[in-house]
Ligand binder design. Structure first.
Ligand SMILES: [Zn+2]
Ligand SMILES: [Zn+2]
Length: 401
């Protein structure tokens, strides 16, 4: 966790630089509502990891203790081996993320943005339950949990910078490594690009196992998912595909299909359900990005509250072990509620003002329970938030409900 925490300032700096370049080049690669949704999904996934990491890593540690064949020392050569082997396992995990409905239901979160910029990198899933299974061969070989966790963090950090449209193809580097160009292909839903380029650091796996596709000048990438999310809610982003699967499993008359649906590829649906409840199909020429008109003030309000929330999550990540379980759960719940509520602001919902005012007051109550905060500071901060909220909801010329 430490490596990822340390990387956060660099992530934010690079996002800032990319957004500034985008602004001056008028590239139109950023939309504030999309970016805030990605960033909120990112912090929610961190809270989730804080609470959830114990289980997958306990499984890994248990397998390592019981089944490790070798005692692998932490020599430079073995660190390199662990890094490469991790990416090989990641390739297969990522491939099954796209090929099995039950895994796509989790991974779809990362692909749900219709933009492609550095904030997309942080749009991470909060429900990656099966991922650890793909790394168990490393436990059996004898890579200890510290090595696994370190190479996992480095792999994740590497993947950040490739989520940009500002970097062109990179010559020889393209042939070996995952680059912005070949990861753009991975996020595109054009026929030729779909389900390609699964590697995390190395593109070689895709070349060897038949899933490589180069980005083509004549085929600009269209980003997003074919069953579009149409939401700025970071919770719905995590659960919408599970809901779709449950609905389809419920509706189909075939008991076989009720079970099969979980391990079928995402493009598959039971025949009777597809006929009775058809979903819109993706047509490249008719594709339009999801948008809801709200005032610019509401978008900036959401961004400011994202940063306040980020501060809370970073604080939580640093102090989680010292807080009593009840407080951990309350803060965790507060972060989830905040992501939902900010999503309502971006959607111009008529409930947003009441949700936000209760969220701001709740924060004041929770913060006064932490001994290292001063009541006057919390009071001033709460007044500032409430005034900002009032301005946001009185200056909205064209909000849709
Ligand atoms: Zn993917
Ligand atoms: Zn990605």
């Amino acid at each position: 966790m430490e490596y990822i925490l340390l990387a956060i300032p660099f992530f934010l700096l690079l996002i800032f630089i990319e957004a500034v370049v985008n602004h001056f080049k008028k590239s139109n690669y950023y939309r504030l509502n999309d970016a805030v949704t990605s960033l909120n999904a990112g912090i929610i996934s961190r809270v989730d990891v804080v609470f959830r990491q114990i289980i997958p890593f306990a499984i890994y540690a248990f397998m390592y203790k019981s089944l490790a064949i070798f005692q692998i020392d932490k020599t430079p050569a073995m660190w390199v081996a662990a890094f490469v082997l991790f990416d090989f396992c990641y390739y297969w995990k990522h491939r099954y993320n796209h090929e099995l409905n039950i895994m796509w239901a989790s991974h779809v979160a990362h692909h749900s943005s219709e933009e492609y910029n550095l904030t997309t990198a942080l749009r991470q899933s909060s429900t990656d339950i099966f991922g650890v299974l793909f790394y168990l061969p490393m436990a059996i070989l004898g890579f200890d949990p510290v090595m696994l966790f370190t190479v996992f963090s480095l792999n994740l950090i590497y993947q950040f910078w490739v989520h940009t449209r500002l970097v062109p193809k990179l010559g020889w580097y393209e042939k070996i490594f995952i680059t912005p160009s070949n990861h753009r292909v991975h996020h595109a839903m054009n026929d030729i690009y779909i389900d390609k380029n699964y590697g995390g650091v190395f593109i070689l796996w895709d070349k060897w196992f038949g899933t490589y596709q180069e980005e083509l000048d004549e085929e600009p990438c269209i980003y997003g998912i074919r069953k579009p999310l149409k939401s700025w809610d970071p919770l719905w982003l995590n659960f919408h595909y599970y809901v779709q699967l449950f609905k389809d499993a419920w509706h189909t008359k075939s008991w076989r299909d009720k079970l099969l649906i979980w391990i079928k590829p995402p493009k598959w649906r039971p025949d009777d359900v597809a006929e009775k409840f058809p979903l819109a199909t993706f047509e490249k020429d008719k594709f339009e990005k999801f948008e809801i008109a709200v005032s610019p003030v509401a978008k900036w309000y959401s961004l400011v509250h994202h940063f306040i929330l980020s501060g809370i999550v970073i604080y939580l990540m640093k102090t989680i072990d010292t807080l009593p379980t009840a407080q951990q759960l309350i803060w965790g719940g507060y972060v989830l509620f905040s992501g939902f509520s900010i999503g309502r602001v971006l959607s111009g919902s008529c409930y947003a003002a009441s949700l936000e005012s209760s969220r701001i007051i709740l924060l004041a109550i929770l913060a006064t329970n932490l001994t290292d905060y001063y009541v006057p500071v919390i009071f001033s901060f709460t007044v500032f938030n409430l005034v900002f909220l009032a301005i946001t909801f009185t200056a909205r010329p064209k909000v849709q409900s």
